[in-house]
Write a protein that binds this ligand. Structure first.
Ligand SMILES: O=C(O)CCC(=O)C(=O)O
Length: 328
């Protein structure tokens, strides 16, 4: 473990802090470096921005906060891997050698190429999925088998569950099969896992209508169109009508042409919502759906009698090509 009072020794962290708390004193870090930095330090993007902007900490206070977020769990090995990666050194997979880990099959990879998404079967074991599912119910103060409890906790009008660091969710971020599949899709192993939340999408009822997310992109649509991956882990079986993750398969291949068809002066998102049809993706407990960030996607209304319980996560390499200009 690292001494909570010692500096973490990551120069980029000081630059990141200064770009928010002493703007104008530094050049902001490239977007990919920011994502690597935060993932490498076990930080969620939103909680970090909120902290910096609400608390305006000193650099030392920020470093102490980073340590606290990790419950003292940042190791010298993980910090050293991050320092080396940010310095441009080739670092391997976080979870060790992936050579003998079974990843996506040739058939899965062909599916990926054609449809822009793939279901990684048994990404985690059913037992690990159930532990994380239970953690989410517990966090929400709900019971899996008591429908009345599913609507008790106010999540706001949202399906996001702000549970970030329960050990069951943390363990899933280290699943070798998840790292292997992403390494295959990225073509490299120096990947960093986002610290993302859980999700709870209960059956629609009189008092609770599906709030979204409806069809959207989390990506810029400006060219060049680059690769980025997003992912959702199903913590219990999800049927097509059970609030399943939904997307427009294959759209990453036709986006460029489709953009030319958007009538002048119209919002791309509105046009997409009017003209495109998403396909709900059913899968089993422990399966992970990985999708190309250029696929329009969203969740869907749950018309079954069981909630949909999930964990979100994305894996990205240390540095990667991205498009700065934001068009959406
Ligand atoms: O929860 C879902 O099914 C969709 C998630 C989503 O839209 C996103 O992660 O951007």
């Amino acid at each position: 473990m690292v001494d909570a009072l010692a500096s973490l020794g990551i120069e980029e962290l000081r630059t990141y802090w200064a770009s928010h708390c002493a703007p104008g004193t530094v050049d902001p870090l490239p977007q990919d470096v920011v994502k690597t930095l935060l993932a490498g330090l076990g930080l969620n993007v939103l909680e970090t921005l909120r902290y910096l902007h609400q608390e305006r900490p000193s650099h030392e206070q920020f470093e102490a906060w980073v340590g606290e977020r990790n419950g003292g769990g940042l190791t010298e090995a993980s910090l050293s891997r991050l320092r080396r990666a940010l310095a441009g050194e080739a670092v391997g997979a976080e979870v060790g050698n992936l050579d003998h880990v079974e990843g996506l099959s040739a058939e899965d990879l062909a599916h990926w190429d054609e449809h822009g998404y793939v279901i990684l079967r048994n990404a985690i074991s059913p037992e690990a999925a159930e532990l994380a599912e239970t953690a989410i119910y517990d966090f929400l103060g709900m019971s899996r088998d008591d429908p009345a409890s599913w609507y008790r906790t106010s999540l706001g009008h949202s399906i996001w569950v702000p549970l970030l660091r329960h050990p069951a969710l943390v363990a899933n971020r280290h699943a070798p099969r998840i790292h292997k599949a992403h390494a295959q899709l990225w073509g490299r192993e120096d990947l960093w896992v986002t610290i993302d939340q859980g999700g709870f999408n209960p059956p629609e009822s009189e008092g609770w209508r599906f709030p979204g997310p409806h069809l959207h992109w989390d990506a810029t649509l400006a060219e060049p169109h680059c690769l980025e991956l997003q992912g959702i882990l199903y913590l219990a079986d999800v049927a097509e009508n059970q609030g399943a993750f939904s997307c427009v398969p294959g759209f990453h291949r036709t986006l460029k042409q489709w953009l030319k068809s958007v009538p002048a002066g119209q919002s791309i998102h509105e046009h997409a919502r009017r003209t495109l049809t998403m396909k709900p993706i059913a899968a089993k407990r422990g399966d992970m759906i990985i999708w190309h960030h250029l696929l329009p996607h969203g969740s869907s209304p749950n018309r079954s009698n069981r909630p949909r319980v999930v964990q979100y996560m994305s894996l990205r390499p240390t540095r990667y090509a991205y498009t700065e200009q934001w068009t959406s």
